[in-house]
Write a protein that binds this ligand. Structure first.
Ligand code: FE2
Ligand code: FE2
Length: 188
């Protein structure tokens, strides 16, 4: 089995554990990680980035949240540590390891990305939100306690913030779809 398949099955297993042991039964794999992974590979192909580095970065970027280690604020730092351990267990090449760890550390905004691989993971993390609209409503109503009266403002702010966090080139590529999503979602 190649390293991507190994890590994929490990992350899927951890997501199942999270789902079974969390009060909200949040399915990290099916609600978030799989979308990030698919978009990251799409961007990697589009931008000629290294598919393996991007794929591993996408699969592991939120591993600290999935394993419930540390705070959300520091999940990019803890994620690096957990991923380093995991990949060293698979005897993963040291030079490539550093590049994967950088993708995890810098996934929280494409503004932090220093390489094209880091940019693919950071942008994919955002595109995953647009790919799963029901999840946005779940966040609004069940996590943030937003009322129906305030949903327009919340959605507007959330969608704009996400779009602005994309890199310039992904913004350019995605803008028509983004405008379509906003047009459909925002109440008139
Ligand atoms: Fe994250
Ligand atoms: Fe994420």
């Amino acid at each position: 089995m190649d390293v991507i398949e190994l890590v994929k099955s490990e992350v899927e297993k951890l997501c199942k554990e999270y789902k079974n042991n969390s009060p909200d039964n949040y399915d990290f794999w099916n609600e978030h990680i799989k979308y990030v992974y698919n978009r990251a590979i799409e961007l990697a192909n589009k931008y000629n980035a290294d598919i393996e580095i991007v794929g591993l970065g996408a699969l592991l970027h939120d591993i600290a949240l999935i394993k419930k280690i540390g705070t959300r604020k520091e999940h990019h730092i803890n994620g690096q540590k957990i991923s380093e351990e995991l990949l060293l267990n698979y005897k993963y090449d040291n030079k490539k390891l550093i590049r994967v760890l950088d993708c995890i550390y810098n996934h929280r905004s494409s503004k932090n990305a220093k390489t094209i691989e880091e940019l693919c993971v950071a942008d994919a993390d955002i595109l995953a939100h647009f790919d799963n609209i029901p999840m946005l409503f779940n966040s609004a109503f069940n996590r943030e306690n937003i009322s129906l009266n305030n949903i327009n403002d919340w959605l507007n702010e959330m969608l704009e913030k996400d779009f602005n966090d994309l890199s310039d080139k992904t913004k350019e590529w995605y803008k028509d779809r983004y405008n379509l999503i906003k047009d459909i979602l925002i109440k008139k």
